[in-house]
Write a protein that binds this ligand. Structure first.
Ligand code: 6UN
Length: 494
């Protein structure tokens, strides 16, 4: 499946069930659009309820078949082979990801695709080296017993993944799920079906038993996502996306008491103290606000700057925002499109709301004028606001676009209260050269991840996830094992 930006024909994107590609049983399809041009470039076949049932049945059969009877070493060898095959086909994954998202090629080639391979390799290592526990237990009769733990796969995992880092976020779940011996049924976002579908070719190429990895397409109510999350043979559900969708999935998971792992929305704060290294803070925050056109769950949308630095910070951040060139494909400063016209309308509504709420638009605020092939792409201006109240809608609700509001503060207590004044709790960044203050303030942030003088620096072994309405559970390193395995204790009387 090779996609290029100026395609005339459209690709056919199929479901992948029990090792084979298939159209949807109900004959339903939906269009796949390239956000950089606004043009249709594919036809996606929706999985019917029967197709989803077939996928779950194939996943269950694999658990009770060749996959379940494989030794850990054999299983991990296959997982590592998947990573190698993704790397061998990185160009195909790059084309597919860029076709679906319109994101700059350097982001997809440096972040999305390498993480696709890393997420498999990482968890093969974790499972291979992860110890369990055992205890020598003196018994009341003066004898001994041994207690030891064993980790078992949970079973069939439903993986519902988002459109902003499609391969990265799907494999961040599929990697540990398979490494721990589970099987998966993946429901990619309807906006970005390509790389998950392409991964099926990789699974077949390495000889993964059929049914271990399945992909079903669909969107909205009464479709694949709903069939999957309510299927009685799905043992657990992992999801990354908006908090509202998470709540709906959680209700489905309650039937049958299935476990969930959620990475949800955020309204991440940055705190910039007057003693911060301003070059570092501007470099880090211009990435955190504008990378992937602000479509990053870990991105920053509210910045608090200590008053003495405030004016200089706003000036420097404005320059950083102006340096981006929406729609200028091939230009190093290229800023990609938002994922869809609907999402751009949502972000534009917040741009209008900001004006209503008294914002000063320092930079941006609208749709850029773009000629030529990308005139109909879903581009938007990178935007910087001052003058917004901390409790304004724009400073409280997740926008998921290339924009942020900047607010001055005077004391450490004031700013930690402001940063924590949110129902979310995904991540935060703190910028200061004062080491004690860095540790102190980072520890007070009610988030899952706090970066100090950096952003999106990822060690895949660390605990990763959100507090409050930003999620449930932690992914990364051994933390993923808590969700993808059931630990059993065996007590043996000697
Ligand atoms: O880096 C990761 O493992 C991860 O999950 C990134 C999430 C980005 C969400 O937008």
């Amino acid at each position: 499946m090779n996609s290029n930006m100026s395609r005339s024909v459209t690709d056919t994107i199929l479901n992948f069930i029990a090792g084979s590609y298939r159209e949807g049983g109900d004959g339903k399809t939906f269009v796949n659009v390239n956000p950089a041009t606004g043009r249709e470039i594919g036809t996606v076949h929706e999985a019917s309820e029967a197709d989803v049932a077939d996928a779950v049945a194939a996943a269950k059969a694999a658990l009770n078949g060749p996959w379940g009877s494989m030794t850990t070493a054999e299983r991990l060898k296959l997982i590592s082979a998947v990573a190698t095959e993704i790397e061998r086909r990185s160009d195909d994954f790059l084309e597919a990801e860029v076709a679906d998202t319109g994101k700059p090629r350097h982001i997809a080639s440096h972040i999305d695709i390498p993480r696709g391979a890393a997420n498999f390799r990482m968890f093969a290592d974790v499972v291979a080296t992860m110890p369990t526990e055992s205890f020598n237990t003196p018994t009341p009769d003066g004898g001994q017993a041994i207690n030891y733990a064993v980790r078992k796969p949970k079973g069939v995992i439903a993986v519902i993944c988002p459109w902003n880092f499609p391969l990265l976020l799907m494999t961040w779940k599929v990697g540990p799920a398979l490494a721990c011996g589970n099987t998966v049924v993946v429901k990619p976002s309807e906006e970005t079906p390509r790389t998950a579908t392409l991964l099926g070719e990789v699974m077949n190429a390495v000889g993964m038993p059929e049914g271990v990895f399945n992909v079903v397409h669909g969107f909205g109510a009464g479709s694949a996502g709903e069939y999957l999350t309510s299927h009685k043979d799905v043992d657990a559900i992992t999801f990354t996306g908006e908090t509202g969708t998470g709540q709906a999935i959680m209700q489905k998971a309650a039937v049958g008491v299935r476990d969930v792992s959620f990475e949800l929305g955020g309204k991440n704060a940055a705190i910039v103290f007057a003693d911060a290294d301003l070059d570092k803070a501007i470099e880090g925050l211009s990435r955190s606000v504008f990378l992937n056109t602000g479509q990053v769950c870990l991105g920053t949308e509210r910045v608090y700057v200590e008053r003495p630095l405030y004016d200089e910070f706003v000036r420097r951040m404005a320059r950083a925002a102006e340096a981006f060139r929406p729609g200028a494909i091939g230009d190093p400063a290229y800023l990609g499109p938002l994922i869809s016209a609907e999402h751009r309308d949502k972000v534009l509504n917040y741009y209008a709301k900001a004006i209503e709420e008294g914002a000063t638009v320092v930079v941006g605020g609208g749709i850029p004028k773009i000629d030529g092939e990308h005139a109909d792409g879903f581009y938007i201006e990178p935007t910087l606001w001052t003058g917004l109240a901390h409790d304004s809608t724009v400073m409280r609700e997740e926008i998921f676009g290339p924009c942020c509001g900047v607010i001055p503060f005077d004391t450490e207590d004031e700013v930690t209260a402001l940063a924590n004044d949110t129902a979310y709790g995904l991540c935060a960044t703190v910028w200061t050269e004062n080491v004690s203050r860095a540790h102190r303030v980072a520890a007070t942030m009610r988030v899952g991840v706090c970066w100090v003088n950096c952003w999106f620096l990822r060690d895949l072994r660390t605990a990763f996830g959100g507090s409050g309405q930003s999620g449930i559970g932690r992914e990364g390193g051994v933390h993923s094992l808590e969700f993808y395995t059931e630990t059993a204790n065996i007590c043996l009387k000697l």
